[in-house]
Write a protein that binds this ligand. Structure first.
Ligand SMILES: [Zn+2]
Length: 464
């Protein structure tokens, strides 16, 4: 079946509905009865449930936590998971963030690509199928998540109360199919500092989020003029050796050492430069021998500028998802404690416990403990599984591009549903505009997405 023409004929409605949905500011706000994520998000849900109703689908609102539209008959249930909540707009927009204005064949606004455009595309894809008059062998359910941006409590509610589809696709990332998502392991490396009078470092700080490579870090040192001179000389030697982007500043018994890096996502640490790591390597040159010195020595020797865990003994990799990555995202030092927050993305064949055990071997010797361990298990769907094969076939057939499913270190919404994979909605070569200013979806992509979704729904619904 080819639904492309049917979709093209609905172009104006698809654009219109996308604009209307963008105009609803669905940023999370205060809880009220029946609106757990606030008024704005609830308005977005009501808008899309109404639209779905008008297009002839049955709908359900699950106590304001999540909703869905359903069409078709049969035992098997196929899911499409989208979300209607958006992150706050931030600053610096040229196009008003809640206007849905069309400029140069692009619809602008917060949520245009993440994930309102794709949500509307899913609704009209199902409409194209309905209008074609074919009998689906399955039920198709578009699930409208409402809390993807802040913890996915919506999906927890869904999983606890509703039928889990036999398979689902989730257009909240990239094409083609993302069949492997690395595990996400975060924890703190913590060391108690006994107060000691000869401790010259009074503070170390840097980074604000574990999932971002920090672009700034700073240490303050207490030093007499004579000591400051020595440290400055060490700094010059260090700078000549490393060429790190750092500076040193001395005034009234206080030395400030600043380190500048390059921010990037923690899953792509090779694209960034870690400011905390540069700073730690310099501080290690001061040969401090107290408890703090021990921590710095550990950091320099076992992490340093590395981001694949080699010196920590956990440089794992596999053929399905590549190598482990490591980011020291935040450092915080108080009077009696120093802690570094670490974000590890590990390959799908490994377990968080194996990694923790390895790191424990390294840190024990330095009196450092591992705390606040959180693990989000990897997602892996074999390339030869029906879901991945069918979606890849739809994509290849539509775009005439022969490609393979992809593996990423980031986490997508697909992890919140069993038997789900991310599929779209960003085509290769398109900019990554989610959470950015002047977010948009091009009308061309919006229509193509609708056409692909229709084909995908049909394909999955015909399988038994
Ligand atoms: Zn999203």
């Amino acid at each position: 079946m080819n639904f492309d023409t049917a979709v093209s004929e609905m172009k104006e409605s698809i654009i219109n509905s996308t604009q209307e949905l963008i105009k609803i500011k669905s940023v999370k706000s205060n809880f009220s009865e029946g609106k757990p994520f606030g008024q704005g998000i609830n308005n977005a849900l009501e808008y899309i449930l109404n639209l779905s109703n008008n297009l002839g689908f049955t709908t359900k609102n699950l106590d304001g936590y999540i909703g869905y539209a359903e069409y078709g008959k049969g035992e098997k249930l196929i899911g499409i998971l989208v979300h209607l909540d958006v992150v706050p707009e931030g600053e610096g927009w040229l196009h008003p963030p809640y206007s849905g204005n069309v400029v140069d064949e692009k619809i602008f606004g917060r949520g245009a690509i993440d994930d309102k455009g794709p949500a509307i595309a899913a609704v009209y894809a199902l409409k194209a199928i309905k209008d074609s008059g074919i009998n689906l062998n399955s039920r198709v359910r578009i699930i409208f998540g409402l809390d993807e941006e802040s913890g996915s409590r919506c999906m927890q509610y869904y999983r606890n109360n509703e039928e889990i589809p036999a398979c689902s696709f989730v257009p909240d990332a990239n094409y083609p199919v993302i069949n492997a998502e690395k595990g996400i392991l975060t924890f703190k490396l913590e060391k108690n500092l006994k107060q000691s009078s000869n401790n010259i470092i009074t503070s170390i700080l840097g980074g604000s989020r574990h999932n971002i490579v920090p672009d700034f870090s700073e240490a303050a040192l207490k030093a007499s003029p004579q000591m400051a001179e020595q440290i400055k000389q060490k700094f010059i030697d260090f700078f000549n050796k490393t060429q790190f982007d750092m500076e040193i500043d001395y005034s009234s018994d206080r030395l400030l050492i600043k380190s500048y890096g390059i921010a990037s996502h923690a899953s792509l640490p090779d694209k960034g430069v870690n400011a905390i790591s540069q700073l730690m390597l310099f501080l290690n040159e001061l040969n401090i021998t107290d408890e703090l010195g021990k921590f710095i020595q550990f950091y320099s020797g076992r992490i340093g500028m590395e981001y694949m865990g080699a010196s920590l003994g956990c440089s794992y990799s596999d053929d399905l998802s590549g190598n482990l990555t490591l980011n020291a995202g935040i450092v915080n030092m108080s009077k009696d404690k120093i802690e570094v927050t670490v974000d590890i993305r590990y390959p799908v064949k490994y377990k968080a416990e194996d990694i923790i055990t390895k790191i424990k071997d390294s840190v024990d010797h330095f009196g450092i403990s591992i705390t606040n361990i959180k693990d989000v298990k990897p997602l892996f769907m074999p390339p030869e599984s029906d879901l991945v094969e069918n979606l890849m076939e739809v994509y290849t057939d539509f775009t005439a591009q022969r490609t393979k499913p992809i593996s990423i270190g980031g986490g997508t919404y697909a992890r919140s549903m069993p038997n789900a994979v991310a599929f779209g909605a960003i085509f290769p070569g398109e900019p990554e505009l989610a959470h950015q200013k002047d977010e948009y979806i091009s009308i061309d992509s919006l229509i193509k997405n609708t056409q692909i979704f229709a084909r995908a729904i049909y394909k999955l619904a015909q399988q038994q």
